[in-house]
Design a protein around this ligand. Structure first.
Ligand SMILES: [Mg+2]
Length: 121
């Protein structure tokens, strides 16, 4: 029998999504830390350069698994086998690239409350 891969991968857009973005988004970095604590594969996928994304995480003292350019979510999917792929962002561009790469897209303004059935937190 093949083994089921149960891990969840979550990708965060930065600008307009995370509190450290420009403009700041509604998600605080504690949510990112919580995702890591839950054992999720976690990273950012943004229009910002890889270097800039890495600086943001370093400054926050958070070690993420990946940083990717917005249109490269498909690479992330290839690098990390997971049971579930989720991208959280604030624009139609996020939705487009997420869905194209086989991710579930969650709009930052529609993040379900913790504990919601089927949600990752
Ligand atoms: Mg954004």
């Amino acid at each position: 029998m093949s083994q089921r891969i149960r891990v969840t991968l979550v990708s965060f857009d930065i600008d307009g999504t995370l509190e450290v973005g420009d403009p700041p988004g509604r998600l605080d970095l504690d949510l990112v830390r919580r995702a890591l604590t839950l054992g999720y594969v976690v990273g950012s996928c943004s229009d910002r350069t890889i270097r800039n994304q890495e600086e943001i995480w370093a400054e926050a003292g958070i070690e993420v698994h990946f940083t990717a350019l917005k249109h490269r979510l498909d690479d992330v999917r290839e690098r990390f086998p997971a049971g579930r792929y989720v991208h959280i962002g604030d624009t139609d561009v996020d939705r487009h690239f997420a869905e194209r790469a086989g991710f579930e897209f969650c709009h930052v303004e529609e993040v379900p409350p913790d504990g919601t059935d089927g949600w990752i937190f």
